[in-house]
Design a protein around this ligand. Structure first.
Ligand code: ZN
Ligand code: ZN
Length: 109
């Protein structure tokens, strides 16, 4: 069965990051156990722990950051399955400007 034909629900666990509970951004995989996370999430996480957040495998005693690698194919899958995701991280979503904010005056005379 083609990976891309699987229902999103079934794929979600593989394309989501347990650290931020969102879809993978810059998917990065721990070489030791092949678990994947967002790059920023796992880099931050490995500053305080040298173990995989999912299975607790030791990434590396002293230099865990050398034992993760960008997972291009996985990120491609995420980008295909979740169109629009690419924009979220780099641009602020439209419609947040508050030019339409109306001031309400209290008028109970
Ligand atoms: Zn994440
Ligand atoms: Zn793991």
């Amino acid at each position: 069965m083609s990976l891309l034909k699987m229902p999103l629900q079934q794929l979600n666990p593989h394309i989501m990051c347990v650290l931020c509970a969102g879809y993978l951004v810059d998917a990065t995989t721990i070489i030791e156990c092949l678990h994947s996370f967002c790059r920023s999430c796992i880099v931050k996480y490995l500053q305080s722990s040298h173990h995989c957040p999912v299975c607790d495998a030791e990434v590396h005693k002293t230099k865990p950051l050398l034992h993760i690698r960008p997972d291009r194919p996985l990120q491609d899958i995420v980008n295909k399955l979740v169109p629009g995701l690419v924009y979220d991280e780099t641009q602020s979503p439209p419609g947040i400007r508050r030019k339409d904010r109306k001031r309400r005056h209290c008028s109970h005379r």
